[in-house]
Design a protein around this ligand. Structure first.
Ligand code: SAH
Length: 228
């Protein structure tokens, strides 16, 4: 409980309405589990002090290095689609601020999260620790390769848009598990996809709806600049 909880509850009402309005396309509403996780995580702690007044608007916000913390209703939707359960181990690609990882940490046993920008990975890791979240491990690296050491996962969520499915990810899913990721090259021509790995290992995907994410990049050598 913190002094922003009333604002968070108000945002949760908006998210519930938004998900209801999308239900025809997504097949899901805001569930009690995801609602509780979003209520528990102080989103204002995942943005800079100047942006804290906007932290409970349903918008994406800049987090430096030309990256963004995703829009809360999209975080809620992707979390619903992932169907996280107690006892599971999930992989996130694109740690960013650490917010999505913190939301997942409320619902599963262990979250592994990969971020390509070292400063963001360090900040997110420190922030999660400061908030007392101990079941998220953040590593700096190329998330397109997954994190094979901890595979197979009960779910994988990618929070940056790939131009195609990264081929290393489906083999890191358990049979019956799900992968949620945005695919599309142009920022305004992306779709959110859900892929289910069948018991026989086949992977079947379907489009949920149009979205706008920062790109999943091929990491480059050399210093990153904070272009925010
Ligand atoms: N989930 C984040 C939103 C992150 S935005 C949050 O809750 O705040 C997407 C992130 O993906 C950015 O931080 C970006 O640096 C990262 N990213 C882009 N390409 C990547 C790659 N190949 N591997 C890992 N992270 C990547």
């Amino acid at each position: 409980m913190d002094d922003q909880e009333p604002r968070r509850r108000h945002l949760l009402q908006r998210i519930a309405e938004e998900l209801r309005s999308l239900e025809g396309r997504t097949g899901c509403r805001l569930s009690p589990g995801v609602e509780a996780a979003l209520t528990a995580v102080p989103r204002h702690m995942f943005v800079g002090p100047g942006l804290q007044p906007a932290a409970y608007d349903d918008t994406a916000l800049p987090i430096g290095w030309r990256q963004t913390i995703s829009q809360p209703s999209i975080v809620a939707l992707m979390t619903e689609l992932l169907r996280p359960q107690a006892g599971q181990t999930v992989l996130e690609v694109g740690t960013g601020s650490g917010y999505q990882a913190a939301v997942l940490s409320q619902m599963v046993e262990q979250v592994y999260s990969i971020e390509t920008i070292p400063q963001l990975a360090e900040q997110a890791s420190a922030r999660l620790k400061q908030l007392g979240i101990t079941n998220v491990e953040v590593r700096c690296g190329d998330g397109r390769l997954g994190w094979p050491e901890h595979a197979p996962y009960d779910g994988i969520i990618v929070t940056a848009a790939a131009d195609k499915m990264p081929s290393a990810l489906p083999p890191q899913l358990k049979p019956g598990a799900r992968l949620v990721l945005p695919i599309g090259r142009h920022p305004y021509a992306q779709n959110l996809w859900v892929f289910d790995k069948k018991e026989d290992g086949a992977v079947e995907g379907r489009v949920i709806l149009a979205v706008a994410f920062v790109p999943l990049v091929e990491p480059r050598d050399g210093p990153e600049s904070n272009g925010a």
